[in-house]
Design a protein around this ligand. Structure first.
Ligand SMILES: [Zn+2]
Length: 261
């Protein structure tokens, strides 16, 4: 395993949250430009982080430096949702805080920004961003409601985080059997189930084929937003449920929200 200076992501998110609440405005969505300027930069010795929103062709976010002192955390201005921009910014900020001694340049796209189990550095950046933007006390009141695109999007807008970040956090906190996955071109790219769904044998492997006749398949073929009930045999041998699917305009991923009954 690669050696790098250890900055625990949850602890670091809690530290910033505490400063934000006790000495800062304590408003949500948290303002990451203020966090960089008033919480991060004053503690640096000769280095400086700049949070920059600009246009580039690929990737959602990047971190790099020209001289080892001035660092840029770049967020793609083309990302259409404020919450997703915010999540990307927080993710790049953690690459700066914890990983800049090991890796001098990061380029992060959808797979990195929703990675919770493959690449350690990306997982840490996501855990930090998720914990900072979606503190448990702020998101817990929502998670026993219906797990739908609209419900998750509303939380993402309120707290300033991406839809996928809210969905994954929701799965980790809810008592209900629900699941969320991202897919493209007929195959799952990443997906997770809540604990109660996982106990019923529901999980998603990368490259799992999307079943014919599912709303996800119909949505990938033709539509922007589809929801419908499904019978046992489609997503689970014995459980039916409800499938709510949204096709993102950015990077063409499909987001699927499953509730099992
Ligand atoms: Zn990254």
């Amino acid at each position: 395993m690669t050696e790098y200076a250890s900055v625990p992501p949850i602890k670091e998110a809690n530290r910033i949250t505490r400063l934000w609440r006790e000495h800062g405005p304590n408003t949500y969505p948290i303002d990451l430009s203020l966090v960089v300027e008033h919480i991060i930069n004053p503690t640096l010795d000769g280095e400086r982080l700049h949070l920059v929103y600009s246009d580039f062709d690929t990737y959602d976010g990047m971190l790099n430096t020209r001289d080892g002192k001035k660092w840029g955390a770049f967020v793609n201005e083309k990302i259409p949702y404020k919450g997703r921009k915010n999540f990307t910014a927080a993710h790049e900020i953690f690459h700066f805080l914890a990983h800049r001694q090991t890796v001098k340049e990061f380029r992060c796209g959808d797979l990195e920004l929703s990675d919770y189990r493959l690449n350690k550095l990306e997982i840490e950046a996501n855990e930090f961003a998720s914990h900072l933007l979606l503190p448990p006390d702020k998101i817990r009141p929502y998670v026993n409601g219906e797990f739908t695109y609209d419900a998750v999007k509303a939380v993402a807008d309120d707290l300033g985080a991406s839809v996928s970040a809210v969905a994954y956090k929701w799965l980790s906190l809810t008592a209900r059997p629900v699941a969320f996955f991202q897919s493209r071109n007929g195959f799952v790219s990443q997906g997770y189930a809540s604990e109660s769904a996982y106990k019923r044998g529901i999980y998603f492997k990368e490259e799992k084929e999307i079943p014919q006749g599912s709303s996800t398949q119909k949505c990938q073929d033709a539509s922007n937003h589809i929801a419908s009930g499904f019978d046992p045999g489609l997503w689970h041998p014995e459980l039916g449920g409800y499938e709510d699917v949204y096709q993102t305009s950015f990077e063409e991923f499909t987001y699927t929200f499953l509730r099992f009954y």
